[in-house]
Design a protein around this ligand. Structure first.
Ligand SMILES: Nc1ncnc2c1ncn2[C@@H]1O[C@H](COP(=O)(O)OP(=O)(O)O)[C@@H](O)[C@H]1O
Ligand SMILES: [Mg+2]
Length: 292
């Protein structure tokens, strides 16, 4: 099996704004780089918060994801390097909103991002996509292009309703465009493990999706809110903070889960190859297929 970033494409999605998606996308990306991975962070939100959080100002962005989607530029034309070794960005810009507005009614718009990325991700271990806080064509495009989706959410009752809606959206994407997309889990954000509410909601997620689908939480931490203002990740800005600690833990967990799945897929492929080789030997008469 050839492993490309294509089957390591992760989306952090939630239809709600302010639930920590961009913070998770940016800091998990940096966390993966610190583990030696090469990561492309694709900013799919017209607000360009991920781009800004990495210190890239709108004036510095010449060509962006909107150009790539409209086929005015190739992925390689829009990629920008960050100060972080191993981390590249496909930047967004406000103009990306035009795609959401004008393309929504066009047939095939949902698969456009996946098509524009296909075959162009060699050289990366992960593609991380940061979609906008809406359930429009951009978020659907991200899910169509992805192999894994994680849902960052605060542990509140109202967030559970959003989770149900996201789960339905994932089924719709599975049924129509991308059967391979999997919901890998919920990432508790603004997490305070000491409250009864957080414990109760965590328990509910464990019983609904299974214990392995509750990822390590990201505690409320002021360094996380400060870092984007300096154009830096928390791992750069405040490496000793609780936020940096939580993201190092989360990145390690996401990476090891991804590695475990890749190892399993390789084993399944190798077993299938062994069986095929045995079949060929029996056909060729070099091995007696009859029971002794
Ligand atoms: N765990 C946290 N602790 C403190 N502030 C946070 C935390 N996670 C996110 N923030 C801040 O909350 C705001 C919304 O987070 P953001 O990641 O932009 O959400 P979204 O992308 O879902 O809209 C940002 O100002 C961010 O810096
Ligand atoms: Mg965001």
């Amino acid at each position: 099996m050839i492993e490309t970033a294509f089957n390591r494409t992760i989306v952090f999605a939630n239809r709600k704004g302010g639930c920590g998606k961009t913070t998770v996308a940016v800091n998990v990306s940096h966390g993966l780089c610190l583990l030696g991975r090469r990561v492309l962070l694709l900013d799919l939100d017209p607000q360009a918060h991920a781009t800004l959080s990495l210190g890239i100002a709108p004036v510095d962005v010449d060509r962006h994801v909107g150009h790539m989607l409209e086929a005015d530029a190739d992925l390689s034309d829009i990629i920008m390097e960050t100060g972080i070794p191993g981390l590249s960005v496909a930047p967004s810009a406000r103009e990306l909103m035009a795609f959401e507005l004008s393309r929504a009614a066009h047939p095939g718009a949902e698969t456009r991002l996946a098509e524009r990325l296909s075959g162009r991700l060699t050289g990366y271990d992960y593609l991380i996509i940061d979609p906008p806080p809406t359930v429009g064509i951009l978020t659907v495009s991200a899910l169509v292009a992805a192999s894994s989706v994680y849902i960052p959410m605060p542990m509140h009752f109202l967030a559970m309703e959003g989770l149900a809606e996201m789960t339905r959206l994932i089924y719709t994407v599975n049924a129509n465009w991308n059967a391979g997309l999997r919901m890998r889990g919920v990432i508790p954000t603004f997490f305070n493990p000491n409250t009864r509410l957080a414990r109760r909601i965590s328990g509910e997620i464990r019983s609904l999706f299974g214990p392995d689908h509750l990822l390590p939480g990201i505690r409320m931490n002021v360094s996380l809110a400060e870092a984007p203002g300096h154009g830096r990740t928390v791992l750069d800005h405040a490496p000793k903070s609780a936020g940096a600690e939580d993201f190092a833990t989360l990145a390690r967990r996401i990476d090891s889960d991804t590695e475990d799945r890749a190892a399993l897929a390789r084993r399944i492929d190798a077993d299938a190859e062994d069986r095929a080789a045995l079949g060929r030997s029996i056909d060729a008469g070099t091995i007696d297929g009859e029971a002794p």
